[in-house]
Design a protein around this ligand. Structure first.
Ligand code: AHG
Ligand code: MN
Ligand code: MN
Length: 341
């Protein structure tokens, strides 16, 4: 019987064939991420059994303490990237410094990968969608072990980026700069199947996602934009609806499919907001642009920001082009209100 569906692995191999000069390393890297995602998915699915089965905090038969899911996910992704050999260093939200996997570029990986192994981890206990984010860069240094410099590249240098969402179904969504494709995990056979080819934002949207509890410490431009979202205007489908999960991956994913803007702005206390540039804002910014959308810090394109440290933060305004542009208009109008340098 003819197979009517495309698997993640099949799709990656097919795309690689379009580029005869490609060595296959990026393909293997993406496959490895897909495999690690399946292990993490299995663990997340059983998270609720922790209490009943005595998982968390217990010592297992190997004498190791059961890991919290943040740590577990981190270890799974590191292990997958290590065993593949295409990646020479990893930067992770869970590790202060980069993790060097290999010393010799002539023998090993030409890529570095930055990850947020578990995004939205405070939502685990409440059975709400969580995710994983990844950014893949070509290393800049040419010999010896990878260095921090290999990670401090603006997002426009990304070779690939994506996320895994562990939700009502588990999906992997990624881009290599030729559009965005989404794959849904069929848990019965453990295979990611192409379910969302060439994902694009709907032309416009009517959802806004922001933690409005911080309203009084937002910049004036954001406050004014929120008011704009709440006004009545039939032509522009306002008032919009508020949707905010508190897992950026899940908020971004819903907004990509339904049409909506996600904002995590700076606040009076934290001028650069909360999200990390290299492994949270950049991967979704690349996806958003590839899906016909826009991503900025309110003033500048996210992908043009030159990072100076591994864990630095940036405000994030992301979604359909016209929605983000409108929010930027308000930011510019009130730019004297703590503009972020
Ligand atoms: P993480 O779980 O990786 O630390 O990230 C959580 C982030 C992001 O997913 C989400 O958008 C944001 O925190 C929510 O923050 P607030 O609770 O301040 O709204
Ligand atoms: Mn996160
Ligand atoms: Mn995280």
């Amino acid at each position: 019987m003819e197979m009517k569906f495309k698997t993640l692995t099949g799709f990656i191999i097919e795309k690689q064939a379009d580029y005869p000069q490609a060595s296959g390393e990026l393909s293997r890297l993406l496959s490895d991420i897909g495999i690690a995602a399946k292990f993490v998915n299995r663990e997340i699915n059983q998270a609720g059994l922790g209490e009943v089965m005595g998982f968390a905090g217990e010592v297992n038969v190997q004498g190791e303490e059961q890991k919290k899911l943040d740590i577990y996910a981190n270890e799974q992704f590191i292990a997958a990237l290590k065993s593949g050999g295409e990646c020479c260093a990893i930067g992770s939200e869970e590790n202060e410094n980069i993790i060097i996997l290999e010393n010799d570029i002539s023998k090993h990986g030409k890529y570095v990968v930055a990850i947020d192994p578990l995004d939205g981890s405070s939502n685990i206990e409440s059975n709400v969608s969580i995710g994983t984010l990844f950014s893949i860069y070509r290393r800049r240094t040419v010999r010896g072990p990878a260095t921090l410099e290999d990670f401090l590249q603006p997002g426009r240098n990304l070779v690939a980026s994506g996320y895994v969402i562990y939700g009502s179904s588990t999906m992997m969504v990624y881009t290599t700069g030729y559009g965005v494709n989404g794959f849904t995990l069929d848990p019965s056979v453990g295979i990611f199947i192409l379910s969302h080819p060439d994902m694009k934002y709907p032309g416009t949207g009517s959802i806004y996602s922001i933690n409005e509890a911080n309203y009084f410490s937002f910049p004036e431009g954001v406050r004014q934009y929120i008011r704009y979202c709440q006004e009545d205007d039939l032509e522009t489908f306002r008032p919009y609806s508020t949707r905010y999960i508190g897992s950026m991956v899940a908020d971004f994913h819903r907004n990509l499919i339904r049409g909506g803007i996600f904002i995590y702005p700076g606040t009076r206390k934290n001028k650069k907001g909360k999200l990390r540039l290299i492994y949270e804002s950049n991967p979704v910014a690349f996806l958003a642009e590839q899906a016909g959308g826009r991503a900025s810090d309110g003033f500048r394109r996210i992908l043009d920001i030159q990072p100076t440290t591994l864990h630095e933060r940036s405000p994030l305004f992301i979604g359909p082009n016209n929605m983000v542009k409108k929010a930027e208009e308000f930011m510019n109008l009130y730019s004297s209100d703590f503009k972020i340098e």
